[in-house]
Design a protein around this ligand. Structure first.
Ligand code: INS
Length: 343
């Protein structure tokens, strides 16, 4: 029988997951869409035949005979859904970040470890993107010598309301905080933040862009340009500097058109298009694994690790200094998984 999924949060990402599961994923159906904004819930549910709408997750849990939940609310609202979902034994796909604070991430992994096995997969979709996977293989192969540094550009067209300076780290750079150790194969040990001249188009005095320097154990340095009011589109690229070569991912693979005295290529408007293929693979693998009582992607442990680095990053924004990253916990045996995409 198909996995009975609730999608919690019917914003851009939640609505996208509803149509993804309905139209492109096999082995799952959306039976509940949860959002306190009834109009939004109804609009998202319209694409999924048979889905009912609920104002609160508890109502869906009581009514809809759920097997699984996708959580696509803002990060600070993940824990109040994850904890009851764990208690109900559901398969969980939580969008990034797992949570916005280390304390909350710790509560989540503690609660999860009371179960027999990991139930939570975290929506770090870049781990399913072809470019990142190829880069990770290239690093492992050693074909170009050792990896020395990464230039990462993370550009968004504009920021949503309520977006704050710390969100640059906890909501946006959290992706690089996850992918850098994934590519390099070792943890991040320090974070430093530099703030160039402010983009006057950034709303509410937001100090945007920023440069976030992530350093790994062996000294690989990732320089992340987080730049979230670029106006022109959604662009995420990485250039990897090796001892004997440079590799680049994320440049547009679309048609190049010369016309009217200029050469042009389109830019994806949002993360939905840039990472659409990665999301499809992520959700299909999550569904297939859930049928077997497993996860197949980054775990809550990866979510916890990222929250520790993000904490140091927010501190570095305030202090202007290089801040060390200290992980209070060793990886519990509970989180040893067979997924090639988990840490
Ligand atoms: C979004 C999403 C995007 C990222 C944005 C973030 O929630 O995670 O992938 O580029 O900066 O605000």
């Amino acid at each position: 029988a198909p996995l009975r999924v609730a999608v919690v949060g019917a914003g851009m990402m939640g609505a996208d997951h509803v149509s993804r599961i309905t139209q492109r994923i096999s082995g799952a159906e959306v039976v509940a869409v949860v959002d306190p904004d009834t109009a939004r819930a109804t609009a998202a549910a319209a694409t999924a035949p048979g889905a009912k709408t609920y104002a609160a997750f508890e109502d869906a849990l009581a009514d809809a005979q759920l097997d699984a939940v996708i959580i696509a609310t803002p990060g600070f609202l993940h824990e109040p859904v994850i904890l009851p979902a764990l208690e109900a034994g559901l398969a969980i796909l939580s969008e990034k970040p797992l949570s916005e604070t280390v304390e909350s991430s710790l509560r989540i992994i503690e609660a999860e470890q009371k179960l027999d096995r990991p139930h939570i997969q975290v929506g770090f979709m870049r781990r399913f993107d072809k470019g990142y996977l190829e880069l990770r293989e290239l690093v492992k192969s050693g074909a170009n010598g050792a990896l020395l540094a990464l230039h990462c550009a993370h550009r968004n067209p504009s920021t949503p309301p309520n977006y704050s300076e710390s969100a640059l780290i906890t909501d946006s750079v959290i992706h690089e905080i996850d992918t850098v150790p994934f590519i390099v194969g070792e943890p991040i040990v320090s974070v430093e933040v530099k703030k160039p001249r402010r983009n006057s188009l950034a709303p509410g005095g937001l100090l945007d862009p920023q440069f976030v320097l992530l350093e790994t154990v062996s000294g690989v340095l990732a320089i992340v340009e987080i730049n979230v009011n670029v106006q022109f589109g959604y662009q995420v690229t990485t250039d990897a500097v090796f001892e004997s070569g440079v590799a680049s991912i994320g440049r547009a693979e679309t048609i190049q058109i010369a016309s009217a005295g200029a050469i042009g290529q389109s830019v994806t408007p949002s993360f939905k298009e840039r990472f659409g293929a990665a999301y499809d693979v992520e959700v299909q693998r999550w569904v297939d694994a859930a049928h077997k009582g497993e996860i197949d992607g980054p775990s809550a442990w990866d979510g916890y690790l990222a929250s520790v680095v993000a904490d140091a990053g927010v501190l570095a924004q305030q202090s202007g200094k290089k801040e060390p990253v200290t992980y209070a916990l060793e990886k519990p045996a509970f989180y040893e998984t067979t997924s090639s995409l988990a840490t």
